[in-house]
Structure formats: C-alpha cells, structure tokens
Write a protein that binds this ligand. Sequence first.
Ligand SMILES: [Zn+2]
Length: 427
Amino acid sequence: MPTTVASAQRRIARLATLTAVHRAFHWLHLHQPQLRRWQLELVRIPAPPFGETARAAWFFDRFHALGLTNIHIDDAGNVLAELSPDPSSTPYPLSPPPCVLISAHLDTVFPAGTDCNPVELEDAARIYAPGICDNGAGLSALLGIAAALRYAHITPPIPILFAANVGEEGEGDLRGMRHLFERGTYSRRIAAAIALEGSGTTAVVTRALGSLRFRVTITGPGGHSWTDSGTPNPILILSRALTTIADLELPTNPATTINVGHISGGTSINSIPETATALLDLRSTDPVQLLSTATTIHQIFDDLLTSLAHRKTTNCPPKLLIEIIGNRPAAALPDDSPILQTVRAVDRHLALRTELRLGSTDANIPLSRGIPAIAIGTGGTGGGIHTLQEWYDPTGRETALRRILLALLDTTHLTAQSVSLPREEHV
Ligand SMILES: [Zn+2]
C-alpha cells in the first residue's frame, strides 16, 4: 500500500509539471466567464425527467464545436463523444481499446413547464435557477474539461469518453448509465468512470447508496359501505401492512431506511374501496441488507393477504401487486482502488482534504459492476438543490476543475497501462 500511495504521489507531481497540463490549467483560468456562459445557456433549456432531448441537442453541438470525435446520441438519449489518442501514435494493443468515462447528467428533477430562466443579481457571483447546480455545474465542468484538454492538445493513450447522460434523477432510475454499461456500444470498454456532480471541491462519492422502490397495490371487489359490509377493504389491508413495516427494526450498520412516501386509493366515504396503493422507498448501504429487507417487506404483504384469503368471508379475496419502480444498486469502491489513490494523491498535491461520501449517483451503476468509479464535485458552492430556489456560486471552481483534470489524466494513463498485454512502449 505505502508504495502505491507514494507512486501515485510521484505520478501526480510529474503530471502537474507537464507543459501541456499547464496549458490546460491556463485555459481553465482564463475561461471562467465562458464556463459561466455555458452554464447560463444550458440551464435555460428544460430537461425534465424523460425530456432531455433539447438539452442533449445543445450538447451535441458543443461537443462538435470543441472538436471531439465520434459524436453521437445513443439509443437511451446519452450524448457521447471521444477525445481520441493521437492517430500517429502506436496503436493500442487491444482493438477496440478500453476507455475512461467522464460524465455529467443532463436531467433535472423539475417537470416540464418549470421556469428555468437563470437570475443573476447585480455584482454577485451567485446564479439562481432550477438545476443550476444539479447538474448545471457538472455539465459546464464537463465542457470545460473537454475544452481545456483540446486547447492543450492533450491526446490520451486510450480514448476518454465524454457523456452528457440522461436519467440520473428520481424516476429516471439511472437509465442513461445503465444503458451505457449494459447495452451501449461502449459497455465492454469502459474501464473506469468519473461522474461530475454538483458543487464542492473536496467531496468524492465512493460508496453507492442502494435503493429499491416499490408500488404496492391492493385490489378488492369494492362495494357499498353498508350493504356490502364485510367485503375486504384494500385501504385497511394496506394500512395494516404499513404499520407492521413501520415497526420493523432496521439496522443502523449497515444503515438501512424505509419511507412510505405516498398513498392513494378509494372512491368516496360511503364506498368500500376497490384499490389502495402505496409507494415505498427502501435504502441501504449494503446490497445484501437491501435485498433481505425487501424480502421481509414482500413477506409482510404476502402473509397478510394469505391470512385474509383463508378467512373465506368473501368469494372474491383481495389481490396484491408489487411492482419495482426503482432499483439503484448499492456498492462501494475498495479503499485500495487505484482511482481512489489517484484522487487522494491529487488532493495532497492541491492541498485539499479528501472527504469520502456516500451517495446515490450515476457512479452506482459502474460500482455495482465492479468497475472503479467515483462521483466528484465540480467546485464552487450551491444550495437549495431540487428546489425552485436552487443556486450556484462558481467562485473558486477552478481548483475543482484542476482536481478533476489531473484525476482523469492519471486514471486514463493507469488504465492504459494496466491491460496485461506485452507492449513495447507505453505513454
Ligand atoms: Zn445530480
């Protein structure tokens, strides 16, 4: 371990002395107003869940203007582009070569019709707009990193894949990332992933909080409250099950929670309801615990329904339907993972204190597949996340962008070298 930490430190120190890296830093230093303009421009383009097309088209054009290659929109709606190796260099011994993904999600939590126009106050750095930080900050950082690398003529040993991806928030259920890693043309090639997420300079998400979300529906024949009295009542059945769930003793280690976020059902005060529905959000830091608690919840509903069916008070017993409406896998990056050593070494170089965080981000997908991944803040400060009062202040964001650039380049070089093929030379 100590030797790998020391070698990470040496690699970063060397990287930071390269003229090309200095040029990239210089671009970032001079172009803070450009980043702000991009951010103001993109945040105006609505990107509600499942409605990212317009913002994706804008990104397609930006990637094009930056001179990236293989620019396309995949079947899920992700905008992809490559920064490719120098074509005159020795071809990589694997074809196609592995690549390193750097991504930022396009979608916001705000429904179509939300006023997304940014508000800037006189003489203040702060910008107000829904989605300005989450993930306007990440998206403008993605462009900034691409622009700085292009300006500095940095060509990586293996492709860097830039992605402005769909479906990170809520009901999007990480569908953009899922597509990239499960079915997309790059699915077998992505060897490491960095997701750019919101503000902050020191945090790095290395543990993926898992969640399973259910819609539970109980149905019965319904009827008149007086004349059909005795008919199973879905609202009461649902309530009984939810009370049992509320009494479950959940572990604090691994941290596990259940929320009943919404219930609905029934027709009127004098009707026995035909249906009752609840939305449940179950979370855990541990994938095994997540699954076992989900099983317990299913068992509670199953047992209750079975006991009611046996009562034979009706020839039309209540029915249960449990649908999974969200599934974010839990996982964690090992402490000795090279990408984490890289980040720690970069932070030491930049005199930053690395703060490891738990989060539910795009990094959940690669992490759950054993692919080294982090989600990282893109600098500045933000607040009011997921509210109409969301704000972002880019002051100081340059440091975070340097941090990301160094981590990305080092990870790309490490990934290129870690392929176990005989090679005459390496970069
Ligand atoms: Zn986000």
